[in-house]
Design a protein around this ligand. Structure first.
Ligand code: SAH
Length: 358
């Protein structure tokens, strides 16, 4: 067992089996050995690659979406840009460049706040954005931001790493999946006590179905919705997931671009799960927002004009034209990231429909 596994096993021996959410929290955020503590696992040399690392046009489209939404809402003064989980800082760098080009009056009056929990990622973002000449500050939680102005919030692959709980349907009802210690090693088990189903469709799901809930994601999006409704602005959230619960086990551990076993080496792989967009939309509506989508990332990016942008970029950089075009294909092709990755947008009720969600 690695040191984190030993610590988790000791806690289980002391206090009993832990939920998948508690296990994920320890694997990802443990200050010493967690996946996000010391390492920043995105990129060709990391565990996995994300849309802004595949093509600069992804961040550019996000920046243009913010500018267009701001225009549609009557160009409110002193906007605040927020990004949740900015990774290497690439999305924000590309977005700020596009915003500066499209709306020269936006950034001089704007503030940027980055919500980042990982010291390693924060250091990387500081470097990436050193020359962005924007007013940028960091916080570690969304609710640390005191919002007193219209907020334009963006996030890519933030919700998929928030801890989920899993329940399995047995002959006697839904039982929570837990991490226990068996024969000296961490192992999955089912809690004995059945629980009531909590999700639409759960009562008719077959035996063996897996139900996943993510209360952390629901709490954050409800808070975002209230903030957008109270102050004006909008949110655009990309992630991978499903429009309605699929009742399958979607938890995955990835290390160095391959599937890994989280139980045998906690902290050494990235853990994530599919995002339940229906649950997110319900939570955002509870917060009072008008919710648009989800729709596939590919269709959205095409409607926002990514194909025009990529042509220009390829024309201006003929030596890299092939890889530039291939990067955008990967983002929009339904067989690659175009369909599994989905987006929803939140605006205050009565605000014009957000770009790409007409
Ligand atoms: N958006 C980036 C990175 C996605 S990875 C991209 O598309 O490349 C997830 C990001 O969210 C990382 O920066 C990670 O450190 C951050 N993160 C994960 N959980 C978090 C939490 N609970 N609070 C704040 N940031 C978190």
């Amino acid at each position: 067992m690695n040191p984190l596994a030993e610590r988790i096993a000791a806690a289980i021996e002391r206090e009993g089996p832990i939920s998948i959410a508690q296990f994920m929290t320890m694997c990802l955020y443990d200050a010493e050995h967690g996946a996000y503590a010391a390492r920043a696992p995105i990129g060709a040399n990391g565990d996995y690659i994300t849309a802004p690392e595949v093509s600069q046009t992804f961040g550019e489209m996000c920046g243009l979406w913010i500018v267009q939404t701001w225009h549609n809402q009557g160009r409110p003064q002193n906007p605040l840009i927020v990004e949740l989980g900015p990774g290497r800082g690439t999305l924000m760098k590309d977005a700020l460049r596009a915003i500066r080009a499209a709306a020269p009056k936006f950034l001089p009056q704007a503030e940027v706040k980055l919500v980042e929990i990982s010291p390693a990622f924060k250091e990387m973002q500081t470097k990436t954005l050193a020359e962005a000449s924007a007013n940028i500050a960091w916080v570690s939680r969304f609710d640390d931001i005191v919002v007193d102005r219209p907020v334009y919030l963006i996030a890519n692959e933030f919700f998929d790493c928030l801890p989920i709980r899993q329940y399995v349907k047995t002959a006697t009802g839904w039982c929570e999946k837990v991490v226990a210690v068996e024969n000296g090693a961490l192992a999955l088990a089912l809690a004995k006590l059945p629980l009531p189903p909590a999700l639409p469709g759960a009562d008719v799901a077959p035996e063996g179905a897996v139900l996943e809930t993510c209360s952390a994601a629901e709490a954050v999006i409800e808070d975002i919705a209230r903030t957008v409704v109270g102050n004006g602005g909008a949110a655009l959230l990309f992630d991978y997931g499903y429009d309605a619960p699929s009742f399958k086990d979607s938890l995955q551990a990835v290390a160095r671009h391959k599937h890994a076993d989280a139980l045998s080496a906690p902290g050494a792989s990235d853990l994530s799960a599919h995002v339940d967009f229906a649950a997110l939309a319900r939570a955002a509506e509870k917060g009072g927002a008008a919710v648009f989508g989800p729709r596939g990332q590919g269709d959205l990016l095409v409607d926002l004009g990514i194909e025009v942008r990529v042509q220009k970029l390829a024309f201006a950089n003929p030596n890299q034209a092939k890889s530039i075009v291939a990067g955008v294909r990967r983002l929009i092709d339904p067989k690659e990231m175009g369909d599994l990755f989905r987006a929803i947008a939140l605006v205050p009720p009565g605000s014009p429909n957000p770009p790409g969600f007409d």
